[in-house]
Design a protein around this ligand. Structure first.
Ligand SMILES: Cc1cc2nc3c(=O)[nH]c(=O)nc-3n(C[C@H](O)[C@H](O)[C@H](O)COP(=O)(O)OP(=O)(O)OC[C@H]3O[C@@H](n4cnc5c(N)ncnc54)[C@H](O)[C@@H]3O)c2cc1C
Length: 419
């Protein structure tokens, strides 16, 4: 195997694999000119049950997954479009004043996005890259050095590989970002997110529900089999306490925390637990290096936007390289700076916004509580503001890569899959 590439992608998570596939489908690189490196490649495809990790994928990401050939590969049983999103503050109620509901029908959309199975997405993105001829390398990246004409990558098995551009997609801890000495800004939240699938006595109605509690937001995401997937952000002591409960007591606590919006809840799976942090890389690019996905930015999951932002990084980077045209220039800082300016202008305000939202809502201060309820009520009554928020949630409001900006290019999959 010749170990010289136009682009080497470090990390075959959803972002790295989608980037690899998109570089080929957009004809930015010839298939054999892309390497995708990961020491822990996805091994299994779709499980018998929904994965514990699910993602709320917005319209912009759906178009991008379609353009990369990944969307068409996902089994329809592991995608569930959702039609409504209802958010409310703990001081109010889901149906009363101070709640805010977005309905796809109000904005002329078939849905607001889809809940997608994490294991299926990671597997099918990798399979799409493989099928398109990307060179997949199962190895750890031990060192990256930047030389005049190429970047050199030392693999854990001793092999060396060279590439004109290294795309760093190795997650929020990003060993490669650290090795390159790229600093980060941000902070750890005093909270963890608990995730699980639950059965509820009231149907989810293909709606996502989110209640903001002083201890952190609790979200229910609708799955295709009638269950909901919860993402419950909690201060750490409270997360410890809940993790120690038996399943029945956990279900009861969940019912109280959700104000019974979906009736009685039963825990159907084990719990997953994730520490929460806000972390943005100080630089998204260096000569011959571009950071994408969580390696560039990790955000609070309250808006379910982390992966959506990462997928748009892929779209922006591919659009910039497409315009540069000559693979020999892909690593030029002048070319990459366009990607950095573009994505920083979208990601940094979004990350700061989610952080401000968390401070405003995860708070027991009565003045702030009144402000929140009034604010949600005002938005609910202002069609223009509602449309603005809906466009943000759909991911169609920002500066999109041209090939996903138009509605018509969902490559034969213009509407979302229905069961
Ligand atoms: C509780 C929770 C809920 C969330 N819900 C949503 C949601 O609903 N919607 C949404 O858009 N986002 C959501 N997110 C965010 C989302 O999980 C991340 O943004 C996304 O997983 C990032 O993908 P990635 O490919 O950048 O990184 P990762 O998924 O972390 O993948 C990194 C890859 O790099 C590899 N790697 C690591 N080290 C090396 C190395 N040395 N060499 C080579 N490869 C390496 C790893 O093996 C891995 O495969 C949520 C996050 C949390 C915590």
């Amino acid at each position: 195997m010749r170990l010289e590439f136009d682009v080497a992608i470090v990390g075959a998570g959803p972002v790295g694999s989608v980037l690899a596939a998109l570089l080929v489908t957009r004809r930015v690189c010839a298939p054999g000119r892309i390497a995708l490196i990961d020491p822990q490649l996805a091994r299994d495809g779709d499980g018998a049950d929904w994965d514990l990790r699910v993602f709320a994928i917005n319209r912009a990401s759906q178009r991008l997954l379609a353009a990369s050939g990944v969307w068409a590969r996902l089994p329809r049983s592991r995608i569930n479009p959702y039609e409504r999103l209802c958010v409310w503050d703990a001081t109010g109620s889901a149906a009363g004043a101070g709640s805010l509901t977005f309905d796809c029908a109000e904005i002329g959309e078939p849905d607001l996005g889809s809940i997608v199975d994490g294991r299926s997405l990671k597997w099918h993105a990798l399979q799409a890259a493989r099928a398109l001829g990307v060179v997949v390398v199962e190895a750890d990246v031990r060192a990256v050095s930047i030389e005049e004409t190429a970047a050199r990558i030392r693999l854990g098995d001793g092999r060396d590989l060279s590439a004109g551009l290294v795309a760093v997609a190795d997650g929020s801890e990003s060993p490669t970002r650290q090795r390159l000495g790229i600093g980060t800004a941000g902070h750890s939240y005093a909270s963890d997110a608990l995730i699980a699938h639950v059965t509820t006595s009231v149907a989810h109605q293909d709606s996502a529900w989110q209640r903001f509690l002083p201890t952190g937001p609790l979200a229910f995401l609708p799955l295709s089999d009638g269950r909901s997937s919860i993402v419950w952000s909690l201060v750490r002591d409270e997360a410890d306490r809940l993790c120690g409960l038996d399943p029945t007591s956990f279900g009861e606590a969940l019912e109280v925390a959700s104000a019974g919006v979906l009736g009685k809840t039963r825990l159907d799976t084990g719990l997953g637990r994730y520490p929460l942090r806000l972390r943005t890389a100080e630089q998204f690019v260096r000569e011959r290096v571009a950071l994408v996905g969580d390696a560039a930015h990790a955000v609070h999951p309250l808006a379910g936007q982390g992966l959506n932002l990462g997928l748009l990084d892929c779209g922006a980077l591919v659009a910039v390289l497409e315009a540069a045209a000559d693979p020999r220039t892909f690593g030029d800082r002048r070319v990459l700076r366009r990607y950095e300016r573009w994505r920083k202008s979208e990601v940094l305000p979004a990350a700061a916004g989610f952080d401000a939202f968390d401070r405003l809502f995860s708070n027991a201060d009565p003045v702030l509580a009144a402000l929140r309820s009034t604010g949600l009520g005002l938005v609910a009554r202002a069609p223009f503001a509602k449309r603005w928020f809906a466009a943000q949630a759909l991911g169609t409001a920002g500066d999109l890569p041209p090939f996903i900006a138009a509605r018509d290019d969902i490559t034969g999959d213009r509407s979302s899959p229905r069961r």
